[in-house]
Design a protein around this ligand. Structure first.
Ligand code: 13P
Ligand code: SF4
Length: 295
């Protein structure tokens, strides 16, 4: 950690970490948040180097927003499987077939963003879709799309993508915890299936769940999302209790380790590299989303 502090100063670097990162990464980060907060932070930082601790699409978004900065991604094999579920040719075929606008969840590659009309995260998906006057092709998370559909009047066709970690959270897991902790409120990420969403007291992005737990009078919460989110919650709200779903782990989020963070700052790699053409196209839907803010 001493080495890391020295390197950070030397490189004028900032460490951004997602809420699902390992506890030790969250502890050394300058900022921990959800995808939207991390993109916003990347936009406002005056550091020369951003060390991004999360998954590929998040680090790529930081680069698209900051093409002149160096974005280090300590393990470039940390790829979100949901973001890899979009086939560009098939998406272009859908666009031709339906004639709708493409709303892409931030969990997409830079190439998909480059052909999208606007991006969204789980923190602003409803507001983003409501801002669109036409029908929508929503890509790639079907569960988030189904959740948004409950609140909007737009015609929506949904890409059949999913998050394996959230899909693995079953009604049985949740009911078991609810029986064990009857006073606990259930907070769920919208990547969960509809049957989990229907049981939840609150559906929100990871940051939205942190905010809700801080403001709620409840003292106990069951978190239907990736397990590590509870680390931040317990740290920031030691007087409250948080119960995670045991097997809800995102393996790619765990690829980044403290050693890899130090090494990336020493060697100044792996670095996110994107073509000028992709950045110029992908920044348009991302900037449109950033102007919209949160739901
Ligand atoms: P948030 O934007 O809510 O942090 O979610 C990102 C993600 O990958 C959830 O699986
Ligand atoms: Fe991707 Fe799911 Fe991991 Fe989020 S939790 S990064 S959607 S695989």
């Amino acid at each position: 950690m001493e080495k890391l502090e020295k390197l950070k100063k030397k490189r004028n670097a900032i460490i951004l970490a997602h809420n699902y990162q390992r506890p030790e990464i969250q502890d050394v980060a300058d900022f921990v948040g959800d995808s939207l907060a991390l993109a916003m932070k990347a936009k406002e930082t005056d550091a020369d180097v951003i060390v991004f601790c999360g998954v590929d699409f998040m680090a790529q978004s930081a680069k698209i927003i900051n093409p002149d900065k160096i974005v280090l991604f300590p393990d470039d094999t940390a790829k979100c499987p949901m973001a890899a579920m979009v086939d560009i040719d098939a998406l272009l075929h859908w666009k031709k077939k339906y004639g709708y606008d493409i709303v892409s969840y931030i969990n997409t590659t830079a190439e998909v963003k480059a052909i999208s009309d606007i991006c969204c995260t789980s923190a602003n998906a409803i507001k983003v879709v409501r801002s669109m006057p036409n029908g929508i092709i929503f890509v790639p998370d079907e569960n988030l799309g189904k959740y948004v559909k409950r609140f909007v009047n737009n015609e929506m066709v949904l890409w059949p993508g999913f998050c394996p970690t959230h899909l693995g959270i079953t009604k049985k897991d949740v009911i078991k915890l609810k029986q064990k902790y009857p006073n606990a409120e259930l907070l769920a990420h919208p990547e969960c299936t509809e049957e989990i969403i229907d049981l939840a007291n609150k559906v929100a992005s990871t940051e939205g769940m942190v905010k809700y737990a801080k403001e709620s009078d409840a003292k106990e919460f069951i978190i239907a999302s990736e397990r590590e989110l509870c680390y931040r919650m317990k740290k920031e709200m030691p007087q409250k209790k948080f119960y995670s779903i045991e097997n809800a782990v995102c393996p790619t989020m765990k690829k980044i380790t403290l050693e890899k963070v130090v090494k990336s700052l020493e060697k100044m790699k792996p670095e996110i590299k994107l073509s000028k053409e992709i950045i110029e196209k992908a920044i348009i839907p991302l900037e449109k989303m950033l102007k919209i803010g949160r739901d």
